[in-house]
Design a protein around this ligand. Structure first.
Ligand code: NAD
Length: 490
């Protein structure tokens, strides 16, 4: 047996896993990844794979399909549960890997690991529920039923912002449903994905059932284009999601696309402003604003605008910015130079469009290691139609927009192409329920941070934030399985 992979304090090697074997890219190429909170540290060396590696992984998944499918959902659920236990056992190791390669602070990384364990446990239990229905038959002595069959080989393409939870919430239902899989994680976070696959392999999903190919766009495209891939579950940007959908359309490729957001917090005139400010700051600056559900717009009633902005600014300024090694840090780095540039460019365009910087607005370097640190930023007087109010920044940049009453607020909240999440702050139940009826998002929160839900609830967006069935809930079987019907006369 190969020695267990560990995330070291040393440079870790993030290899591919194909047909039950850990291996490098066929080309022999690799890439080094640095810690975004301290660029002096090289965290991992990962396989820099190409299309040929993707093809080998799909062939392995295809070869493993029949045996895995015949195992049945109960036994497969046991594999998922064993993987959950292994992730829980290696909690500290996972959290350290997430902090070092993604930049998340330790408490945020531990939160991601715990949520992942809960997700895996929930999915494992579904192995005893996955099935169809018996239905009334029109004819006597006839059994009418439906059943769910796995769709086949699936490709799972994931981003860097939840380097453990998102791969896990795709791998677990894929395998439980009887599909075999190729995981292609973000090239920015190869180590965490490798540790996850290590747990699944140890739990019994080796020999081609779960394959891992590190790399970037070329690997992703090769998976999407492969005729043996029956479905692609993707999380990432709208642009890449759309490209995957378009590429797969001629062969009716099944896609599940979880994409971006421009999420609003609507603060009405009767809201508890301290509670709203606490929740908005958690939603906007937690995980350095790099969540698809992160609050990036505040739409606030003119009557309470000044009082709310004062509270937001005070809370943002109190956040200590630092790397994961600083136990007092409350805002970590963003993941890459590209992300930092997007934040700075977002602020530049916002001010050019008439917004003012209430606090933050720039990169922080003083007293910090060499890393991608962005100051928590609050922008005011943001125009609802401006770039910063319409497009995802994906960093700790919060835009405040003023509205005149609930009607105007709802119109502004809905006035973007995205529909991932939203939060509403009011003491008036009928206004809250009105918002539930009328805000066009997948996930709504009232008087709480606009991020996250529970592992058994659908993770879903509306409009351009989502295409295909939800993740993280029983709805996920609508992606990984096909419904069949049968009528049996006896
Ligand atoms: P991205 O779209 O750049 O990349 C996502 C993944 O797709 C990566 O693994 C990447 O290598 C791969 N990829 C890139 N081009 C490809 C192509 N042409 N074909 C196939 N695969 C390709 O996104 P990112 O920068 O990694 O992540 C940030 C984005 O993810 C943000 O837009 C964010 O909102 C979104 N996100 C959405 C959710 C959600 O649940 N809706 C959750 C987290 C992140």
């Amino acid at each position: 047996m190969e020695p267990r992979l560990t995330a070291g304090p040393r440079l870790a090697e993030a290899r591919n896993h194909v047909a039950g074997r850990w291996c490098g890219a066929a080309s022999g190429r690799s890439r080094d990844n640095r810690n975004p909170g301290d660029l002096a540290e090289t965290v991992s060396r990962s396989a820099d794979s190409a299309a040929a590696d993707a093809l080998a992984a799909v062939a392995a998944a295809r070869a493993a399909l029949a045996a895995w499918r015949s195992l049945g959902p109960v036994r497969r659920g046991e594999v998922v549960l064993r993987a959950a236990r292994l992730v829980a056992e290696r909690r500290a190791e996972f959290a350290a890997a997430i902090t070092r390669e993604q930049g998340k602070l330790p408490h945020e990384a531990l939160g991601e690991v715990d949520r992942t364990v809960a997700l895996l446990e929930f999915t494992a239990g579904e192995g005893r529920r996955l099935g169809g229905a018996t239905l009334p038959a029109d004819d006597p002595r006839t059994l009418a039923l439906t059943r769910r069959d796995p769709i086949g080989v699936v490709a799972l393409i994931t981003p860097w912002n939840f380097p453990l939870a998102i791969p896990a919430w795709k791998v677990a239902p894929a395998l439980l449903s009887g599909c075999t899989a190729v995981l292609k994680p973000s090239p920015l976070t190869p180590l965490t994905a490798t540790l996850l696959v290590d747990c699944f392999v140890e739990a019994g999903a080796g020999h081609g059932v779960l394959n891992l190919v590190h790399g970037g766009r070329e690997v992703g495209e090769a998976l999407v284009d492969h005729p043996d891939v029956a479905g692609v579950s993707f999380t990432g940007s709208v642009e890449v999601g759309r490209a995957i959908h378009v590429a797969g359309a001629p062969r009716f490729l099944r896609t599940q696309l979880e994409m971006g957001g421009k999420n609003a917090a609507l603060v009405l005139a009767d809201a508890d402003l301290d509670r709203a400010a606490d929740a908005i700051v958690a939603g906007a600056f937690g995980q350095a604003g790099q969540r698809c559900s992160a609050t990036s717009r505040v739409v606030v009633d003119r009557a309470v605008h000044d009082a709310l902005v004062r509270r937001l600014a005070a809370r943002a300024e109190a956040l200590r910015v630092g790397p994961g090694t600083d136990p007092d840090a409350r805002l970590g780095p963003v993941v890459s130079a590209e992300r930092l540039h997007a934040c700075l460019e977002g602020v530049r365009r916002a001010t050019a469009d008439g917004a003012t910087v209430v606090t933050g607005g720039g990169r922080l370097t003083e007293g910090l290691p060499d890393g991608y640190f962005m100051a928590p930023t609050v922008l005011d007087l943001v125009r609802p139609d401006s770039h910063v109010a319409q497009e995802e920044i994906f960093g700790p940049v919060l835009s405040v927009i003023t509205c005149d009453g609930p009607e105007d607020g709802l119109r502004i909240v809905n006035g973007v192409r995205y529909g991932m999440a939203a939060a509403v702050f009011t003491r008036d139940t009928s206004l809250a329920l009105d918002a539930l009826d009328r805000i066009d998002v997948g996930m709504l929160h009232v008087n709480r941070p606009g991020v996250g839900a529970y592992p058994h609830m659908p993770h879903i967006g509306a409009k351009e934030s989502q295409y295909g069935p939800a993740e993280c809930s029983p709805q996920v079987w609508d992606f990984y399985t096909e419904l069949r019907s049968a009528c049996i006369s006896y």
